[in-house]
Write a protein that binds this ligand. Structure first.
Ligand code: ADP
Length: 242
């Protein structure tokens, strides 16, 4: 977390720097089936953060000795487009990309009925088109939709959100200045109807009460995003069945 520039007010006692209240989400959009050549795809935006997810598989693992006879292997590859940040970034696979790919794979391994697809792999590619905080969570929501469109059987949708502390206030769904100059941030994902947590990361310092407050805000936010995922899937289904 960087040193906050002098004069930057993230919480003025009533509103955040972009005018939102503590529990307000950014404008969120979700579109399923954005890439016609893959079996499952989705585009998700959280404010200025924009990501695309695509799913290939389940398909037989080649070479077969790398396969698992009891379940599917779930691979997630998180990348940032070179033009997704202010300064062009090196698009090569970084340490951060590796970490995010791993935690996203873990989240989906918990959700997918992997034992229904032995000997196969399910490859999920998530790419950040524009980064303005919460990219891992936007990617997770997009991948959840893409998996559904690909017909991969899951225990539940996987739904994610962030929260954090800015100028001493716990707030939901951080944007870039909040993520950069806030005191703490959370990334959180659940299977909402199962009430199971599949991802939980935190950076910074929070008291127990602040943690509880953040969890409360995020659980609320998750319900709203869950409904948005369902609406996006329904819209795609209606379009497909025309
Ligand atoms: P997340 O995007 O999931 O919140 P981080 O906490 O690592 O992940 O990053 C927070 C934000 O910082 C990103 O969304 C992006 O706006 C910015 N950021 C991350 N990595 C880079 C980078 N290599 N170059 C420029 N900005 C970055």
């Amino acid at each position: 977390m960087a040193q906050k520039p002098k004069g930057l007010v993230l919480w003025n006692g009533k509103k955040r720097s972009d005018g939102r209240g503590v529990n307000e989400l950014r404008n969120i959009s979700m579109q399923v089936g954005v890439l016609p050549q893959v079996t499952g795809s989705a585009m998700v935006t959280f404010g200025k953060t924009k990501v695309i997810a695509s799913v290939y598989g389940p398909k037989l693992v080649v070479p077969s000795h790398l396969s698992d006879s009891s379940k599917a292997i779930v691979n997630v590859e998180y990348t940032m487009a070179p033009f997704s940040t202010k300064e062009r970034i090196d698009p090569r696979f970084s340490r951060r990309s590796q970490e995010l790919s791993k935690i996203l794979s873990r989240a989906f391994e918990a959700a997918i009925f992997t034992d229904m697809y032995p000997e196969t792999e399910i490859n999920i590619f998530v790419q950040v088109i524009n980064a303005d905080a919460g990219t891992r969570i936007a990617c997770l929501n997009a991948a959840s939709l893409a998996l559904c469109q690909a017909g991969v059987e899951m225990r539940d949708l996987v739904v994610g959100i962030t929260a954090g502390k800015v100028d001493g206030k716990v707030v939901l769904d951080l944007d870039n200045p909040e993520d950069n100059y806030g005191e703490a941030d959370f990334a959180f994902a659940m299977m909402p109807t199962k009430n199971e947590i599949v991802l939980l990361q935190m950076d910074g310092n929070l008291t127990k009460e602040e943690c509880d407050e953040a969890m409360k805000l995020m659980k609320n936010g998750i319900q709203k995003i869950y409904q948005m995922q369902r609406d996006a899937l329904l819209a795609d289904y209606k379009e497909e069945s025309k």
